[in-house]
Each structure stands twice: as structure tokens, then as C-alpha cells.
Design a protein around this ligand. Structure first.
Ligand code: FES
Length: 106
């Protein structure tokens, strides 16, 4: 099974096994990872599922949609690696992905 690594707001690394087709939000919530509030439940309308991918990730993720990019402008201190966890769908190619959960979601 593929897995990703989350760095939570307390800087603990947590390995999360995911099913291809899940979003980062679905995988991390199922694993009980803290720090991703996801107040809108994955509807791309709150920006409280803000994560940052490692800058050396190989680029196999699709680019943010215009609605994700718009919503990221409401995230706290977004970076060029910022994504909304509810909008990133994972597949086998994403085995080994590392991401950091934003220390503040609002
Ligand atoms: S859960 Fe609200 S934007 Fe992702």
C-alpha cells in the first residue's frame, strides 16, 4: 500500500497509508492525524485544510484548479507549495509524498 508522511503542527512525522483515489484529507482523517480542520468537509470553501508539499516533490500532482487557487488565497501564510488537502487526489505515483500541515488553519 502506498503511503505519505505528514509533519503535524507539533512537528511529529506521521506515516499514513492511503488508498489510490483518496484525497489527502480523506487519508489523513482516516488515520487520525491532527491539525487539518477541514471545516467545510472537503467542499473547497474554507481553506482550513491547508498543507504544504515538500519543495522537492517530483511534480506528479495535478496543478491546483482555479477554485483551489482562489481558496488558497484565504489560507494563513500560503507558500508556493501550499495545497488544500481536500483537493489533492492521490494515486500510486504519490507513494512517498511528504507534506507539512499548516501550523494555523485560521
Ligand atoms: S476542507 Fe474546506 S477547503 Fe478543504
Amino acid at each position: 500500500m502506498p503511503q505519505l508522511t505528514c509533519i503535524d503542527p507539533n512537528e511529529h512525522a506521521i506515516d499514513v497509508v492511503f488508498q489510490p483515489g483518496e484525497t489527502i484529507l480523506q487519508a489523513t482523517h482516516r488515520a487520525g492525524v491532527d491539525g487539518i480542520l477541514a471545516e467545510c468537509g472537503g467542499g473547497c470553501s474554507c481553506a482550513t485544510c491547508h498543507v504544504m508539499l515538500t519543495s522537492d516533490w517530483d511534480g506528479t500532482l495535478s496543478a491546483p484548479s482555479s477554485s483551489e487557487a482562489d481558496m488558497l488565497s484565504f489560507a494563513v501564510d500560503p507558500t508556493p507549495q501550499s495545497r488544500l488537502a481536500c483537493q489533492v487526489q492521490l494515486n500510486e505515483q504519490h507513494d512517498g509524498l511528504t507534506l507539512t500541515i499548516a501550523k494555523r488553519q485560521y
